[in-house]
Ligand binder design. Structure first.
Ligand code: PMP
Length: 400
C-alpha cells in the first residue's frame, strides 16, 4: 500500500497513524537540512508575512542576498546566478546558454544520467525509463564511466577517448556542450571514474563546447569531501545547475555561470515569474546558513564513513550485495543475484524495499533495473540512525 505521510521532523517522517519512519532518502535528496528545520521555517514565515511576490522587474533584497551567498560558494569566475523553480528548468536554461554561447546545437550527455523531463531535458536524460518518444534533438549519449558496470571499469582515459571518438565520428566535430551529474543520482548513485571529468572537459572545450555540472543531487556538502560534486574531480565547470537540496523542500533551482556566458542572454528577454521570488530566496538563504552553521559537510563525511564501513561489512555477510559505493551521505547499495555476472536483483530489491518500509525505514530505489538502494538522507542523519538503517537491512536480508 502507499504511504500517507502527514508530518516531518528533521530526519523522521510520520504517517496518518502516527507511525514513525526514518527518512533515508529525504524526498529524493531534496530535504538537505531536515524536514521543517526551524530556521528555514522561520525565514519562510517571516518573508511570507512581509511580502510573498511581486515581479522580478522590481528589486528585492532577498534575491540579491541569496545570489551573493550562492556565488560566494563557487570557485573561479562562476559569479552570475539565475533562479528558476526546478532542476529541469535549471538544465533547460543551461542547455540554452551552452547552445547560444557556443553556436553549436549538439549536446553530449552520459548514459544513465538524469537531467529532467521537459521537451529539451528529456533528450539529455540517458535512461529509457523516462524518455517519452518525442523528437529529442542532437544528443550524443556517451559511455558511462561507471567503475562497477562500465565496459572500461575505472579507466577514465578509455571513457574519455570514447567521448573524443563520439565527437569526431558522430558529430560535425563541434558540440554545444557536455552535461553530467558528478554523482549520478537517479541512475543509482554512480561516482564517475576518477579523473574522467578533467579529460572530458578538455576534449569538449576543444570542440567548442561548454561544460555543465548538474549538482542537483550532489551539491551543498552532501558528499562530505567537498561542497560541490565537481570538486571531487578537480574541475571548474562553465555552468553549474542546482535544485532539490538548495531549497530544503521549496520549489527552487539555480543556474550559475560566468559573466561571459551569461552575456548571451542579453540578446532577448529571459524571464521567469516565480524564479527567485522573495519567499524561496529567503528560504534558500536560510538553507545555506544552516548548512554552514551546523557544519553539515563535515558531518556528512563522518556519518558517511561510518555508514560505508558498516555497509561493507554487511556485504561480507549477504551475497546479494554486489556493490557499496558513494561518499558522505550520497550512497548506493547495488543488489545482484550473481556477483560474477552482476545480474540485477530487481525483484528482490522491490521485496526488501517493502520490508524496510514495514520496519520503519524509507530508502530510495534507483538504476535502470531498480536494483540499487539509494541512501541520501537529510544531512542531520545521526550515527544511531545509520546503525538503525544497517541493522534493518541486515534483518530484512536475513530472510533471503
Ligand atoms: N537533475 C538531476 C540530477 C536530478 O536528479 C533531477 C530530478 N530527479 C533533475 C535534474 C530534475 O529536477 P526536477 O525534478 O526538479 O525538475
Amino acid at each position: 500500500h502507499h504511504l500517507n505521510i502527514v508530518e516531518g521532523k528533521m530526519q523522521y517522517l510520520y504517517d496518518e497513524q502516527g507511525k514513525r519512519y526514518l527518512d533515508c532518502f529525504g524526498g529524493i535528496v531534496t530535504v538537505s537540512c531536515g524536514h521543517c528545520h526551524p530556521d528555514i521555517v522561520k525565514a519562510v514565515q517571516e518573508q511570507t508575512k512581509l511580502l510573498q511576490h511581486t515581479t522580478t522587474i522590481y528589486l528585492h533584497h532577498a534575491i540579491v542576498e541569496f545570489a551573493e551567498a550562492l556565488a560566494s560558494k563557487m570557485p573561479g569566475n562562476l559569479k552570475v546566478v539565475y533562479f528558476v523553480n526546478s532542476g529541469t528548468e535549471a538544465n533547460e536554461l543551461a542547455m540554452l546558454m551552452a547552445r547560444l554561447y557556443s553556436g553549436n546545437l549538439g549536446m553530449v550527455a552520459l548514459r544513465n544520467g538524469y537531467h529532467g523531463g521537459s521537451a529539451g531535458t528529456i533528450g539529455l536524460t540517458g535512461l529509457q525509463t523516462w524518455k517519452y518518444p518525442i523528437p529529442q534533438g542532437e544528443i550524443h549519449h556517451v559511455m558511462n564511466p561507471d567503475p562497477y558496470r562500465g565496459a572500461f571499469g575505472s579507466d577514465a582515459a578509455a571513457y574519455a577517448r570514447e567521448v573524443e571518438e563520439h565527437i569526431n565520428f558522430g558529430s560535425s566535430g563541434r558540440v554545444g556542450g557536455f552535461i553530467a551529474e558528478t554523482f549520478q543520482g537517479v541512475g543509482g548513485t554512480v561516482e564517475l571514474a576518477p579523473g574522467y571529468l578533467k579529460s572530458v572537459y578538455d576534449t569538449v572545450r576543444k570542440a567548442g563546447g561548454v561544460c555543465i555540472a548538474d549538482e542537483v543531487q550532489s551539491g551543498f556538502g552532501r558528499t562530505g569531501s567537498n561542497y560541490w560534486g565537481f570538486q571531487t574531480q578537480d574541475v571548474i565547470p562553465d555552468i553549474v545547475t542546482m535544485a532539490k537540496g538548495i531549497g530544503n523542500g521549496l520549489p527552487l533551482g539555480a543556474v550559475v555561470t560566468t559573466p561571459e556566458i551569461a552575456s548571451v542572454m542579453a540578446q532577448k528577454i529571459q524571464f521567469n515569474t516565480f524564479g527567485g521570488n522573495p519567499v524561496c530566496s529567503a528560504g534558500g538563504l536560510a538553507v545555506l546558513k544552516v548548512l554552514d552553521k551546523e557544519k553539515r559537510q563535515a558531518h556528512c563525511a563522518d556519518i558517511g564513513a561510518h555508514l560505508v564501513e558498516r555497509l561493507k561489512s554487511l556485504q561480507q555477510k549477504h551475497e546479494i550485495i554486489g556493490d557499496v559505493r558513494g561518499r558522505g551521505l550520497m550512497l548506493g547499495v547495488e543488489l545482484v543475484t550473481d556477483r560474477t555476472e552482476k545480474t540485477p536483483a530487481k525483484a528482490e530489491t522491490a521485496v526488501l524495499f517493502e520490508k524496510l518500509k514495514d520496519l520503519g525505514v524509507l530508502v530510495g530505489k534507483g538504476g535502470l533495473h531498480g536494483n540499487v538502494f539509494r541512501i541520501k538522507p537529510p544531512m542531520c542523519f545521526s550515527k544511531d540512525d545509520a546503525d538503525f538503517l544497517v541493522d534493518a537491512m541486515d534483518y530484512a536480508m536475513s530472510g533471503f
